[in-house]
Write a protein that binds this ligand. Structure first.
Ligand code: GRF
Length: 203
């Protein structure tokens, strides 16, 4: 038995690729990657999904449409694929409480710092690593957490530390946090949560 997973993306999709690779390597026995969704076309993550033979859904905001219309498209796609778990892997759109409640407890996100440091509104992409370097922390890392109504505020599932090196630039630090923490921890968390979903189902 396995749980159906949707991955929401906005960019390069290296975290998506880590999940795809983990599945190909037999590390996700309880998870099937059913759907990759985004709110814009032309991003490399979608190409990665297509290369792996995964269904892709681009839920764009049409003329005169509101954010709620886009979320409705995302929700329809997720429902059409009977998704059990949504993974936000570099997904930059903040989901509304309505969307989160519709999928209560089954959305996880990866954030490139050790929450509660350098997280919340405005902390995304390189900004997170710039802030860590500016503050002079010697250890940073990544966090996988459940999504609730507060940006980066849901229960923490796992964290992995990464050393900050003396000559790090934000780009270097971002790359190391990805390879040493995010790409290892996210597939592990997907398997953990998927396994729990399967166990709950068979109770
Ligand atoms: C990652 O650093 C992730 O933690 C953050 O956005 C970035 C996405 O990278 N939320 P990618 O698209 O997975 O390469």
């Amino acid at each position: 038995m396995s749980a159906k997973v949707a991955v929401f993306v906005s960019g390069g999709g290296t975290n998506l690729q880590a999940i795809i690779d983990a599945k190909a390597n037999g590390l996700l026995p309880h998870a099937d990657i059913e759907l990759v969704a985004s709110v814009k076309r032309g991003i490399y993550a979608l190409e990665r999904a297509e290369n792996a033979g995964i269904s892709v859904c681009v839920c764009e905001r049409g003329e005169g449409e509101k954010k709620a219309d886009v979320e409705k498209k995302l929700l329809d796609a997720v429902k059409a694929h009977n998704i059990d778990l949504i993974v936000l892997a570099g997904f930059l759109t903040i989901l509304s409480p309505d969307f989160i409640n519709a999928f209560c407890g089954s959305i996880i996100n990866i954030h490139p710092s050790l929450i509660p440091s350098f997280c919340g509104k405005g902390f995304y992409g390189l900004k997170v690593h710039e802030a860590a370097l500016e503050r002079g922390v010697k250890v940073t890392g990544a966090t996988v957490h459940f999504v609730n109504g507060i940006p980066d505020g849901g229960d923490i599932i796992a964290q992995k530390p990464v050393a900050v090196l003396p000559d790090d630039t934000p780009e270097m630090l971002q790359k190391r946090v990805m390879s040493e923490a995010e790409h290892i921890m996210l597939p592990e968390c997907v398997e953990k949560i998927a396994k729990e979903i399967c166990e709950r189902r068979s109770e």
